[in-house]
Design a protein. Structure first.
Lengths: 194, 194
DNA sequence: CCTACCGATCGGTAGG
DNA sequence: CCTACCGATCGGTAGG
């Protein structure tokens, strides 16, 4: 439909048909959540019946985990590239925030919006998602560690507040307002103390 | 089970049996989300079959809306009381944040954790919830309007960031860490600029 | 408040 | 990739 959709990690295994299904599934999970997107929904958009998807995937759980991890792989990579050229810790933080917001606020974002509703997911799936997300958040742990913050501020709290706030921007953002970069600038304005 | 549970708006109509059912439902919605908590689950904890609940309530939708609105009524009231004595705008903001966090982080919180998963809920229900939540957020709109912020900061963004961050504390907070008041203090430390 | 049920929907499978 | 189905679960109801 869109022709060009943000691709997952390069070197992805599987046929292009499989990747097409993954992209459809990602969009539906992002829009309707894990429970809200049924295999029959996904099949319908792919032009097949729900049951036919099981030739390409093992289970709904496995599909969701694969998408979630691939999305975090992409985000991690793009953030690493974005902060590469910067030396000032506040500049690095702002670039990381802007990149994450660009990903999350993309009109047909496949990636991060699903990072939230972990409560909708079966317990054993949730644990795998959390493990991957914790690794992702290490990137921000490093960024926050470099900041010259006042001594009264707890860096662990600071990081959690920042991350939860970044994850929630999609809930209130309406296109046509500010750009992701402008929002990132506002966030760093607020979080900046030195 | 707990003996004393935070009560809903005073002057609530209905029998004590009904209120008991509401409290059970609130706890389950808070823990498992709208879809995750079935009428049979609620019935089980109330000692009856799921179908029997329909003598006390009209529908699952109506039950959820009623609980959601009652929770916001209580929160609004408690916040208003908390900021009553304060004159400094930063002090008022910190008291409001601390109160909201106390409600959300209470060990068996019945109230706010459900404010999030709006995507799990049927479309027509969601619109009612959003309308009520918007009214609730006006309280913070006033608080933010009073703050002597630098001119570069967009107060609308500032308020959205603050609210989404407050709503998400329950996702990463683990009891035994800081108190709600200490977290509120950290939040205001970060959001304070004058 | 229960029995007994309804129609709908879910993830998933066998067998072709 | 479809047909045809499985067992489970859902919100909700009639009738007592």
């Amino acid at each position: 439909m869109t022709g060009s959709i943000p691709s997952f990690a390069p070197g992805d295994e599987g046929s292009s048909r499989r990747r097409q299904i993954m992209e459809i599934a990602a969009r539906l999970f992002a829009r309707k959540g894990y429970r809200g997107a049924s295999m029959r929904d996904i099949g319908e958009q792919a032009g097949v019946l729900g049951g036919s998807l099981y030739h390409h995937i093992k289970s709904k759980d496995a599909l969701f985990i694969e998408l979630h991890n691939a999305a975090l792989d992409v985000a991690e990579l793009r953030i690493a590239q974005a902060i590469e050229g910067a030396r000032d810790p506040w500049e690095k933080l702002e670039r990381a925030c802007a990149t994450l917001l660009e990903i999350q606020l993309a009109p047909d974002s496949l990636t991060m919006p699903m990072m939230n509703d972990f409560r909708e997911v079966p317990e054993d799936v949730r644990q795998q998602l959390i493990a991957r997300r914790d690794a992702f958040e290490d990137q921000f742990k490093s960024l926050v560690a470099e900041l010259p913050l006042p001594s009264g501020i707890n860096r662990s709290i600071y990081r959690n507040l920042l991350l939860s706030l970044l994850n929630a921007v999609g809930d209130w953002y309406r296109a046509g307002d500010l750009t992701p970069g402008e929002i990132a600038s506002q966030i760093v304005m607020i979080f900046r103390h030195d």
